[in-house]
Design a binder for this molecule. Structure first.
Ligand SMILES: *Cc1c(COP(=O)(O)O)cnc(C)c1O
Length: 365
């Protein structure tokens, strides 16, 4: 964009009807995931004439949408996912929120949505989390999950980028992803479906990518697996990622490899952070293409000793089994030592138990 977008100014309207403290405590004691929301939200509107305006913190409330709202028809919509972590001293922090803001801007550009300045993205999170600070749970691996999103809110059925766009942020308390200890998951390798093709939207965090992946996820469940793994769309040879997590391979020589970003893989911030953390722990790290044969043969021969997935929701998830049409392969029933060490190293930074050597933590309150 030629002209840089000015920062937004957020107003504040507090809820006159917040969830009573006792009820909130009950929710925080067992938050589950994605069903309970805090007392407030952020929203802002964009039009070509006025740019971003009407930005503010307001009481959490339903959006009223005309049936002809463009996003309902053409899926011009993007989102982000990150967490606010409560440290032992009560302070509240986000992990690399500027990286999420930068990715949000890249996703917006790909989906022909307007740019939201990274500083305004971060400010909107700060404002929401400070206002609803009492909703940030404490305790092992609990967090307040933050969901910024942007969508075409113009009432128009013509096919072109919307001239009325809404930005919003909501927040939802989240319990530990692995409530009863970290357990390896099983993965279905789909040969029927692909997630992303060259020139497509695979690198954008857009709603449509998820819509397209649901049937493959269903296929995984039908085949007794927890999640689905996608190969590249052109050759069906190269390992890309899961529906919402990136992949890592650990070798017998201690090196760790992740598929290189070729425009069809989502640039995970957890993936990027692990490249650095693994090097800190003395591992050789590599980004390069990994074929499905290398995965299968490597596990069979012992050359690949651990495989894990990574993303904001679960941090690091060990893979225990890979199944496909006609075969399967076991990668161990317990998390491997490198997977565990990296998981601990990442969570220790996020929860303030280890020094923040890379300037990743952003203090909110
Ligand atoms: C969000 C996402 C990830 C993980 O990204 P993080 O920034 O690490 O949470 C991986 N793959 C896909 C497809 C995603 O949408």
């Amino acid at each position: 964009m030629a002209v840089s977008t000015p920062a937004l100014e957020f107003s504040t309207t507090l809820s006159s009807n917040p969830v009573p403290a006792a009820q909130r405590a009950e929710i925080l004691a067992s938050p589950g995931f994605g069903t309970r929301f805090t007392d407030h939200m952020i929203s802002a509107t964009w039009t070509p004439e006025a740019g971003w305006h009407d930005a503010g913190l307001r009481p959490y409330a339903p959006l009223s949408l005309d049936p002809a709202t463009a996003t309902l028809h053409y899926a011009q919509a993007i989102f982000e996912g990150l967490k606010a972590y409560r440290h032992d001293d009560g302070s509240i922090w986000a992990f690399r929120p500027e990286a999420n803001g930068a990715r949000f801007a890249r996703s917006a550009a790909r989906m022909a949505l307007p740019e939201l300045p990274v500083e305004s993205f971060v400010e909107s999170l700060d404002l929401l989390v400070r206002t609803d600070a009492e909703w940030v749970p404490s305790g092992s691996e609990a967090s307040l999950y933050l969901r910024p999103f942007m969508f075409a809110s113009e009432v128009f059925l013509g096919v072109r980028p919307a001239k009325h766009v809404t930005y919003a942020v909501i927040a939802s308390p989240a319990g530990a992803y692995f409530a009863s200890g970290v357990k390896p998951v099983s993965i279905w390798l789909t040969s029927e479906y692909t997630r992303a093709a060259p020139g497509g939207t695979g690198a954008a965090k857009c709603a449509g990518n998820y819509a397209a992946s649901l049937i493959a996820q269903q296929e995984a469940l039908e085949n007794g697996c927890d999640q689905v793994c996608f190969l590249d769309a052109l050759e069906g040879t190269w390992v890309e990622e899961l529906g919402g997590m990136n992949l890592y391979f650990v070798r017998s020589d201690g090196s760790v490899t992740t598929p290189e970003l070729t425009g069809t893989i989502l640039e995970g911030i957890t993936r990027d952070s692990i490249l650095t953390l693994a090097a800190d722990l003395g591992h050789k790290v590599e980004e390069r293409p990994v074929s499905i044969d290398e995965w299968r043969d490597g596990v069979a021969s012992g050359e690949i000793t651990e495989v894990f997935a990574c993303g904001t929701a679960a941090a690091i998830t060990p893979l225990g089994r890979l199944a496909w049409d006609g075969g399967e392969l076991s990668m161990g029933e317990r998390p491997g030592p490198v997977t565990q060490a990296l998981r601990e190293a990442l969570l220790d930074v996020q929860y303030g138990r280890a020094p923040d050597r890379h300037g990743w933590m952003h203090r909110i309150a």
